[in-house]
Design a protein around this ligand. Structure first.
Ligand code: BTN
Length: 252
């Protein structure tokens, strides 16, 4: 169904929303707008991306008309070195938007994968650009299938509920929840975000995981988040590692 941009604009009258039928990646266009001094809250969205970017240099599957593919320019006055906490806040925001729009309660896998029954329904890419943060959010909304390499690890809101969902309503919820969680972080610091993330995620405490660090992987049991928002991994010899980046996967 064609995206009803006029309805979204009527619900978000203070935000600039640029919508593209097809684009390489909304991240590139949002970075360009950020460099041109666009306002905080500017949203760049697309029906499809021909080179959607995921974390760790991966591609993001961006089937036309099925998902929500947006990048939001944020100019909140965060304390220095807050990017990892912004990443957690954006995961919470995506989770809340999905809950409001669909009633689905999602899990969060550190740092900010959004999961339904262990499969990813949304991913978030956070980049610093021209004194702004670009929040790239991809939500699998109405996909009915995925390419073979993703079938075991991805899902969509439609597959989880057997219903088609409004991408427009989801975007309105998402814009509101991104602003709320980022404003909370700006005004109250990391503590409430750390507490909410720890409560919302089954991966923060006592989970046996393996962390892919590119050249090697670490195995252990998760032992909470530090004050910067990094994951603490307790190894079997009792030592603790602070995980700064890497793909976290449950050990079977
Ligand atoms: C991840 O790997 O989990 C992050 C995926 C982020 C995908 C979104 S879709 C909108 C924005 N544009 C991109 O090219 N990537 C992000």
């Amino acid at each position: 169904m064609a995206f009803d941009l006029a309805w979204v604009r009527s619900r978000l009258p203070d935000s600039r929303i640029d919508w593209h039928p097809s684009i390489e990646s909304t991240m590139l266009e949002a970075s360009r707008l950020a460099a041109a001094a666009c306002h905080s809250g500017t949203i760049v969205g697309a029906e499809e991306q021909t080179a959607g970017q995921g974390r760790h240099g991966r591609a993001w599957h961006s089937e036309s008309g099925s998902g929500l593919y947006v990048s939001i320019v944020l100019r909140h006055r965060f304390a220095p070195n807050t990017l990892p906490l912004v990443t957690l806040a954006l995961g919470l925001a995506a989770r809340e938007a999905i809950l409001q729009a669909t009633d689905l309660v999602c899990d969060l896998r550190w740092p900010n994968d959004v999961l339904i029954q262990s499969r990813k329904c949304a991913g978030i890419l956070t980049q610093l650009e021209s004194s702004a943060i670009i929040a790239g959010i991809g939500i699998n909304v109405n996909h009915s299938t995925f390419p073979e390499e993703l079938t075991d690890i991805a899902t969509s809101l439609r597959l989880a509920t057997h219903r088609i969902h409004s991408r427009e309503q989801l975007l309105v919820e998402l814009a509101g929840s991104v602003d709320r969680f980022c404003t909370l972080l700006e005004k109250e610091g990391g503590e409430p975000i750390l507490a909410m993330f720890s409560q919302a995620s089954s991966f923060v405490h006592g989970r046996r995981v393996s962390v892919d660090q590119g050249h090697s992987s670490l195995e252990g049991t998760t032992a909470g988040l530090n004050s910067s928002g990094f994951l603490i991994l307790q190894r079997d010899d009792g030592t603790k590692n602070v995980i700064l980046a890497g793909g976290v996967r449950p050990c079977s």
